[in-house]
Design a protein around this ligand. Structure first.
Ligand code: IVH
Length: 687
């Protein structure tokens, strides 16, 4: 390239990087992948290294990120909040080690830690005399934004670090750095609640976390399930521990949540741990985009210094992006149980991280309109963990002109009745109470585990029952007879008996579960529990007025109205009559429901393989809800290994270490599930 051309390319790269920084750091809406960004950044860095005369003070390589938004106070960081250089393969790591080994041969014996690279936002937390008194975003690496009030709302963030009984005492002045993010399960829960309330759902955990941290009203942040993990001491009034392992141990000892980590003596071990994290990536309850390799010896790491804005003593190993682009064949519409219509993309099948993706959510019709997503577009799709893949947006540059702009349907795709859309609201509804798609979803919800928990009644059977006109509402389940089912395809006597038995058995479920099952808009498990505590039975709840309901903590006018409205619909009253006649009429205990028994408290479990009744996140939630801890690998601290189908090497490890092995049923037994269900029923009857 000629000098003039190089100068032009440098300018062009700077403009592009500034634009992407702005989108990423200020708008929280990146339009390119990290890898593409890194390529631009690295090209600029290389050109500037080759032509130092072209470096300017305002080049993006001279500072990281964009300036803080004006509405927040500025916080000067005690030292620059650095970023990391990236590696993508073994060779990159070898080159890194060679480079730093040449600078200081002690690197060869320094050892490493390997931590997950959490895909969230950097936060810097200041503690004075053991009290959290300031928290900031990274901003431009020198100056961040004061988001103290927002950070205070994060439950995993310690507001106080009291003196410890063993290990080093917390320093009087301590500044730590970590990552704030939203766990995938929490994100899904948040969206489920919003969907139930007919409100707009969030697009992905990272953007939601970023937006939540930068809320000017911290009460809004409080409603978002943010989490933090802390991995670095930035500054301290005491000496910083000698090794990264000690840093993490000290932080943990002072009450900070820290990421899982491994110590590795050499590169082979580092690569093995990196691979293990990549394999676990899909099963984690949080998103990671790589692993961070750090020299364990912190003094040595500090001596190696900084190049640009990245310390030499650590590197980020990036995994392949879970984003790919593919053709969007068509936009189809799903009808939910409350009649909400949701668009989804039918894709030209594409592999993302070893899984073939054929469909992806498009969130809601506003999203499709805002992003101007068209049928025939090439779109970017992301799949992370086992959340439903979602469309990020169209690749506008690839348009050929044949793409078809989209408008929301005027008729319900299931029953053909007109669709309702209130001006200013996000949701489009099918309001036809006998819409078969809604009925299927309603019954599916009614029989689900958090509701009436009718075993063996999956979506396929529900569809069959609705299509064969065997049920017209949820109460009809209790009027099914053997002869109705015996004629259906694939139904033998045993299957029929099992299903009818499970339906009968569900008559004993609690009022809370029945209320959950009714599918009232905005009434999920939590609100149902509150209602079941307050009201004796559904007759009493039916008589409640808007104001009575609003008195209950956690119930606002929208939910209160939805409850009152539900009990005014003739079709719903008919369902209640039928339930009562069938004997499905639980009476509340009228007292606070017991929390889930902490039957796994103090136990550390490892899960491997596919379990019949849980996906990976559900089993983790199940164990954690009962006080247990789930870790990723079998060690001397593991109390049980829960093994399903295709268990992999953990099973051998557990056998070697003589760790007891459980299947799903045994796990439920250990958790005391059978006992607690019995107790619950006895409690109800004796009332
Ligand atoms: S250490 C000076 N450790 O990755 C090194 N960073 O550029 C400081 N990140 O923005 C970073 N997980 O927000 C470190 N376990 C981890 C991390 C981690 C995620 C983020 C961090 C930073 C980016 C690297």
């Amino acid at each position: 390239m000629e000098d003039k051309e190089i100068r032009k390319r440098v300018e062009q790269l700077r403009d592009q990087i500034r634009e992407h920084n702005y989108r990423y750091y200020v708008l929280n809406e990146p339009t390119i992948s990290d890898k593409e960004y890194d390529q631009l950044y690295n090209e600029l860095k290389r050109l500037e290294e080759e032509h130092p005369e072209l470096v300017t003070e305002d080049s993006p390589t001279q500072r990281v990120g964009a300036p803080p938004a004006e509405a927040f106070e500025r916080v000067e960081h005690p030292s620059p909040v650095l970023s990391l250089d990236n590696a993508y393969n073994r060779e990159d790591l070898e080159n890194w080690l060679k480079r730093i080994g040449n600078l200081n041969p002690e690197v060869a014996d320094a050892g490493f830690t390997v931590e997950p690279k959490l895909d969230g936002l950097t936060v810097v937390l200041h503690y004075r005399d053991g009290v959290f008194d300031l928290g900031a975003t990274r901003g431009n690496s020198e100056v961040g934004e004061d988001i103290t009030e927002n950070l205070r709302t994060i439950r995993s963030l310690p507001l106080r670090i009291p003196p410890t009984s063993e290990g080093p005492q917390p320093p009087d002045y301590l500044v730590v750095r970590g990552e704030a993010f939203i766990k995938l399960g929490d994100f899904e829960g948040l969206n489920r609640r919003l969907e139930e309330a007919g409100e707009r759902t969030y697009v992905n955990p990272r953007n939601t976390a970023a937006g939540s941290l930068r809320q000017l009203d911290s009460s809004l942040t409080q409603e978002r399930p943010l989490t933090v993990l802390i991995y670095q001491i930035v500054t301290s009034s005491e000496e910083i521990p000698e090794t990264q392992v000690q840093v993490l141990e000290s932080l943990q000892g002072w009450g900070f949540p820290v990421p899982e980590y491994d110590y590795c003596p050499d590169l082979e071990c580092v690569l093995e741990v990196i691979n293990q994290w990549e394999e676990r990536r899909d099963q984690l309850d949080y998103e990671i985009d790589g692993a961070v390799v750090k020299l364990n010896d912190q003094e040595l790491a500090a001596d190696l210094g900084v190049v640009g804005k990245a310390p030499r003593g650590a590197i980020a190993y990036k995994y392949p992006a879970q984003v790919v682009s593919t053709r969007l064949e068509s936009i189809e519409v799903n009808v939910g149980r409350t009649g909400v219509l949701t668009p989804y993309a039918v894709l030209d099948p594409v592999e993302i991280g070893g899984v073939t993706v054929r469909q992806a959510t498009l969130h809601n019709f506003d999203f499709v309109a805002e992003k101007d997503i068209r049928e025939g577009d090439r779109v970017e799709v992301k799949r992370a963990g086992d959340v439903i893949p979602y469309v990020i947006g169209p690749v506008v540059a690839d348009r050929t002109g044949g793409e078809i702009p989209y408008s929301p349907p005027r008729k319900c795709p299931s029953c053909g009745e007109p669709v309702e859309h209130l001006e200013g609201e996000v949701a489009y509804y099918c309001v036809n109470l006998s819409c078969p798609a809604q009925l299927i979803r309603n019954v599916e919800h009614f029989v689900s585990r958090p509701a009436m928990d009718i075993e063996g009644l999956g979506i396929k059977l529900v569809e069959q029952f609705v299509e064969q006109d065997l049920i017209k509402d949820v109460a009809d389940l209790y009027y099914l007879k053997s002869e109705d089912l015996l004629g259906l395809e694939g139904f033998g006597e045993k299957k029929v008996n099992n299903i009818l038995g499970a339906v009968q058995e569900s008559k004993d479920r609690s009022l809370e579960k029945l209320i959950t099952g009714l599918g009232i808009r905005g009434v999920g498990e939590v609100v149902a529990r509150d209602l079941a505590e307050r009201y004796q039975d559904l007759d009493e709840l039916k008589k409640s007025e808007q104001e009575d309901l609003e008195e209950i903590e956690g119930i606002g006018p929208n939910i209160a109205w939805a409850v009152v409205d539900w009990f005014q619909q003739a079709a719903n009253l008919q369902v209640l009559d039928k339930l009562k006649t069938a004997g499905v009429w639980p009476v509340s205990r009228g007292e606070s429901q017991p929390q889930v028994p902490q039957s796994l408290e103090g136990l550390t479990l490892v899960v491997t393989g596919r379990l019949p009744g849980f996906n990976r996140r559900e089993v983790t939630e199940y164990i954690e809800a009962r006080g247990g801890r789930v870790t990723g690998s079998v060690s001397g601290n593991t109390d049980y290994l829960v093994a399903g189908e295709d268990p992999g090497s953990k099973l051998d490890q557990a056998r070697d270490e003589e760790v007891p092995i459980l299947d799903e049923d045994e796990l439920r037994g250990l958790a005391g599930e059978h006992l607690s269900t019995e107790g619950e029923r006895k409690g109800e009857k004796s009332d």
